[in-house]
Design a protein around this ligand. Structure first.
Ligand code: ATP
Ligand code: MG
Length: 445
């Protein structure tokens, strides 16, 4: 009796008669043999149909099978170390083939296609092995995020997506009509997180966030997933200590559980193996000095131009890449100027011109992957900041309330899932890190 098998378990089924339900990924034939690469969502297996082993009409069906047709195959698993596939090393000698649906001519063939064409066919492109590998790694990253937080005493508390007021930067908000009143898609769960923190101690929210990013970059999506931990009685040092453990766990989990997928992506994993705490840290002021020195020394006029920066400016992509390039691990950049950051960040005691914040920059030019800070907890300071930043006291009444009832020092950060996926997978552009990317010039499919 043949029993159902998932291709990921093929090694455990050596010598057994199995049933595989899936799709034809690729096919070649040679006289009396048809080699079918069959995928079932968990892997790809080479299934060999030998004319004498099948009823004639089923062998003919195998020969005529079109790419991406859905099929049910019965056959016997045998070890063959040359057999391609994921995991590979085993093939299936086919004894029966049932065609469920014969696919029309498939638009994506193994030949090269342009990115816009592939993006227009994203709903189909997701079946290709590269995309398959990325989405599996993405799932592992999300699971690692949740596992680590759940196992370290953080409670998942959801924050709303439809919000009455802006989180911080009003220029990047998507506005919608809420029964005749304006509402906004959340660009962060941050402020609600602070309320949840006061109820539960250590919390995190995890969901989609929305930013109308008007600039076209390789690192910005309009819709992306962010995890935001927020911790009571945490200082900047506590935050950094926690973040590096958390990030290292995510990277190491992918390395141990998604080797095959990293191989498919041809990711050089030596750089990732090195991602273990402690990570280096420098101040914003030191980073600016290093950038200015680099700009002064370089003989490349384009690089010199792109590295121009004055104290007070926020970093652009070239700055982040240059700073990250000075280290072989992610680097914490701390203490940015007050003006460059959000109103709720805690100013430094000794130098009130900077805030107790930190961005984490990934190596190899993947840019900022987390941004976080100590939050203001002093009610008087909160009132003053709200006033000077021109924030609506009416809209933020509930938030200002938090500092009035048992305020405590606290800190938190946001991590963008897609930036993590891009870095770990080694993808130059963020568009392939999410199944259906929303970009400046694309919301289809
Ligand atoms: P950037 O300077 O790169 O625009 P940011 O300072 O706006 O980032 P935060 O508001 O601190 O970012 O958000 C926290 C994290 O969310 C970032 O570190 C990054 O990982 C991710 N992130 C921010 N904006 C985007 C975006 N448009 N697309 C994908 N991820 C993003
Ligand atoms: Mg931004």
């Amino acid at each position: 009796m043949a029993t159902p098998m998932l291709i990921q378990d093929i090694a455990a089924c050596d010598g057994q008669d199995v049933i595989i339900k899936g799709w034809l990924y690729n096919k070649t034939h040679k006289g009396k043999l048809v080699f079918m690469q069959v995928r079932d969502g968990t892997g790809i297996a080479q299934c060999v149909a030998f004319q004498k082993d099948l009823p004639p009409e089923q062998f003919e069906a195998a020969r005529a099978l079109t790419q991406e047709s859905s099929i049910i195959i019965t056959g016997r698993v045998r070890r063959d170390e040359r057999a391609p596939g994921y995991p590979g090393g085993y093939e299936v000698g086919v004894t029966a083939l049932e065609v469920i649906h014969e696919a029309e001519e498939y638009p994506i063939s193994p030949k090269e296609h342009g990115v816009e064409f592939l993006m227009d066919n994203r709903h189909l492109w997701l079946r290709s092995s590269h995309q398959w590998a990325i989405i599996r790694i993405r799932a592992t990253i999300i699971k690692a995020i949740r596992d680590w937080l759940d196992d370290h005493g953080y409670l998942l508390v959801d924050t709303p997506i439809l919000t009455p007021a802006a989180g911080e930067n009003t220029t990047t908000l998507f506005q919608i009509d809420y029964f005749g009143e304006p509402a906004f898609l959340a660009q962060t769960g941050q402020l609600y997180n602070e309320a949840n923190m006061a109820a539960h101690g250590k919390v995190y929210c995890f969901g989609p966030t929305f930013r109308a990013e008007k600039s076209k970059t390789r690192r910005h999506l309009m819709e992306f997933w962010m995890v935001e931990p927020e911790m009571a009685f945490f200082s900047l040092d506590d935050l950094i200590a926690m973040e590096q453990e958390f990030i290292a766990y995510i990277v190491q989990t992918v390395l141990t559980t998604r080797r095959q997928e990293l191989t498919i992506l041809e990711r050089d994993t030596t750089r990732l193996e090195n991602i273990i705490p402690p990570f280096p840290r420098i101040t914003y002021t030191e980073a600016v000095a290093r950038l200015q020195k680099l700009a002064a020394e370089t003989t490349d006029p384009e690089l010199k131009e792109s590295l121009q920066i004055e104290w007070g400016d926020d970093f652009g992509a070239p700055h982040e890449t240059a700073i990250a390039g000075m280290f072989d691990k992610p680097v914490f950049v701390t203490h940015y100027p007050v003006e460059a950051k959000a109103f709720y960040m805690q100013p430094n005691e000794e130098d009130p011109g900077v805030v107790n914040c930190t961005d984490l920059l990934a190596p190899e030019g993947y840019g900022e992957i987390t941004g976080g800070s100590e939050r203001i907890s002093d009610p008087a300071l909160m009132a003053e900041r709200v006033k000077t930043m021109g924030i609506s006291e009416e809209a933020y009444r509930w938030y200002i309330d938090l500092s009035r009832y048992g305020s405590v020092p606290h800190a938190g950060f946001g991590l963008g899932v897609e930036r993590m996926v891009a870095w770990i997978c080694g993808l130059p552009h963020i568009r392939e890190t999410i199944p259906y990317p929303r970009m400046l010039s694309r919301k289809y499919p």
